[in-house]
Design a protein around this ligand. Structure first.
Ligand code: HEM
Length: 505
């Protein structure tokens, strides 16, 4: 009795959806999108992507697929239908012109236990409020405090000198450098992860007592939350005891600094602001909720930590392979800032002066183009809607996007398209930027629209400063990597699976 009723209900729901699909397709003049053949609920595809990701060729594989199937196609994966796209028009629609039709999908649920309601993971009014609270802190004047990085570069240089011109992997050093600088900028105190015994620091003297295993926990969590996000609707399966433990470590570490800031009297905070810029102290002036403060700081750390490290890595990976680029860059740096050996010369390296270094900007742009730190991204439709490209045999017509369906977009593939960057699009050539000032939606390493990266200027200034100082300190660079294109992991931020092995002296 119940079974036929159940079957009838399922059929009725199916027919209703099909009819609605037909109705909306006619109304919005959409065309069917190319479907990518997959089996076992897409698990074959899922397994292949996992394998390629481990080998370091997932981003390159996606690019090849787009070359084969066109700029937009659909696959079924687990319980969802996912549209894959590299069409700049579609990306523009999702992040900008049709912003209200899409959400950030599983990110909130996957990252939530660590990041709460912070700006990177929230939506709607909570997100708007967060952005309003954080945006002024990234204003131009504040970023001009680039010299905060200098003491950390000095420690970094000790590590480089330790190798006396011999081969070393710069990857973990760059990540430590950006983490040390970020914690100082955000919390007012650095975790000083670069200061270790190998360069003569006594760890017992240097360790902040509160630091505990923060560094290790944060690194674990960065990977784990991405694993949760990649499981889509099944994100909750990844909820291990270790995950919960590391979340506790990071929360109490950040809370220690928040409580410390909240105990300060307003005049003490003012005094500290005059001495140097600390993000947390500026936030405390407007908001005194300890959980909100903790969440926002952790959101910035997660969004900004390995992205800036990744940009520096790609830059030095290519500089080491391209001696003429390295020489031209050094010339420009010498012209603008000298050798950096005197206090006066160091004081020249400001936000404004860094912006005047045209070739430096081209070099960073080219690294961001070829190796975007955020290589792919995801959105979920929150209502029935359309995207402008991907429908019909030529892929030029609009496509229907049903509520709850996912769209995965690949900035990596867009930024390597020959139709925008020419026949040598797969080659590192900073000079191309002389003619690319109006490239628009084919270049968006920091995304665009209302959710555009909050830390864009901060990251570019920090990466510029570090590049300038290293080029001043070390005249020679040489690559020891023979695999090209490099094996990359791009599940969260782009990293180099074999490291970036160079000598610098
Ligand atoms: C080269 C370095 C960086 C790159 C390539 C980068 C890239 C991005 C991208 C693509 C997004 C958009 C994500 C989305 O819409 O789904 C984003 C968002 C964000 N970024 Fe960055 N980022 C970098 C550095 C930083 C730094 C240093 C900070 C902070 C200190 C930061 C803070 C943020 C925040 C808070 C958001 C979320 C904005 C929102 O959702 O409203 N980023 N970033």
């Amino acid at each position: 009795m119940w079974f036929p009723l159940f079957v009838a209900l399922v059929v009725a729901v199916y027919v209703y959806h099909q009819l609605k699909y037909l109705y909306l397709s006619r109304k919005w003049k959409t065309q069917p999108v190319k479907k990518f053949r997959s089996y076992f609920f897409g698990l074959d595809k899922f397994a292949l992507m996992h394998k390629l990701s481990k080998k370091g060729y997932l981003s390159d594989y996606h690019k090849e697929e787009y070359d084969k199937y066109g700029e937009t196609f659909e696959i079924g994966l687990l319980s969802k239908r996912i549209l894959f796209t590299m069409s700049p028009e579609n990306i523009k629609a999702m992040v900008s012109t049709q912003f209200d039709d899409f959400s950030i999908g599983v990110r909130k649920k996957a990252f939530g236990p660590l990041l709460g309601n912070g700006v990177f993971v929230s939506e709607g009014e909570t997100w708007k409020h967060s952005r309003l609270m954080m945006k002024p802190q990234f204003a131009r004047e504040q970023i001009s405090h680039v010299q905060i990085v200098e003491p950390h570069i000095q420690v970094f240089a000790k590590h480089v000198r330790k190798y006396s011109g011999k081969l070393f992997d710069i990857q973990h050093l760059f990540h430590k450098l950006t983490f040390d600088a970020a914690t100082e900028f955000l919390l007012g105190e650095s975790v000083s992860s670069l200061q270790d015994e190998s360069i003569g620091y006594d760890p017992k003297l240097m360790d902040m007592e509160e630091k505990g295993n923060f560094d290790e926990s944060f690194t674990f969590l960065q990977r784990y939350v991405v694993l949760r996000a990649s499981l889509l609707d099944f994100y909750w399966v990844a909820n291990s005891k270790a995950f919960r433990h590391h979340v506790d470590v990071c929360h109490s570490f950040t809370r220690y600094f928040v409580d410390k800031a909240l105990r300060l009297r307003p005049e003490e905070i003012e005094k500290k602001s005059e001495e140097g810029y600390t993000f947390l102290y500026e936030l405390v002036k407007d908001n005194r909720d300890p959980v909100v403060l903790r969440d926002q700081i952790l959101n910035l750390m997660l969004a900004g930590r390995s992205t800036t490290g990744s940009l520096l890595l790609s830059t030095f990976f290519e500089l080491a392979r391209n001696p003429p680029v390295w020489e031209r860059l050094k010339d420009e740096i010498r012209q603008h800032f000298g050798t950096g050996e005197t206090k006066e010369e160091l004081a020249l390296i400001t936000f404004e002066n860094l912006k005047r270094c045209t070739y430096l900007r081209w070099v960073l742009n080219e690294a961001l183009r070829m190796y975007p730190p955020v290589a792919k991204n995801l959105r979920e439709a929150i209502k029935d809607t359309t995207l402008p490209r991907g429908g019909g045999p030529d892929g030029e017509s609009p496509v229907l996007i049903r509520k709850n369906s996912l769209v995965m977009f690949h900035i990596y593939s867009v930024q390597r398209l020959e139709k925008y960057y020419g026949k040598d699009a797969q080659i590192f050539r900073p000079e191309r930027w002389e003619l690319l000032s109006k490239i628009g939606w084919a270049f968006m390493p920091f995304s665009s629209g209302p959710r555009i990266c909050l830390g864009q200027q901060f990251a570019l200034t920090e990466a510029s400063y570090i590049t300038v100082r290293l080029a001043q300190m070390f005249a020679n660079i040489e690559t020891h990597d023979s695999t090209y294109p490099p094996r990359k992991s791009s599940n969260a931020t782009m990293q180099y699976l074999d490291g970036v092995n160079i000598s610098l002296w």
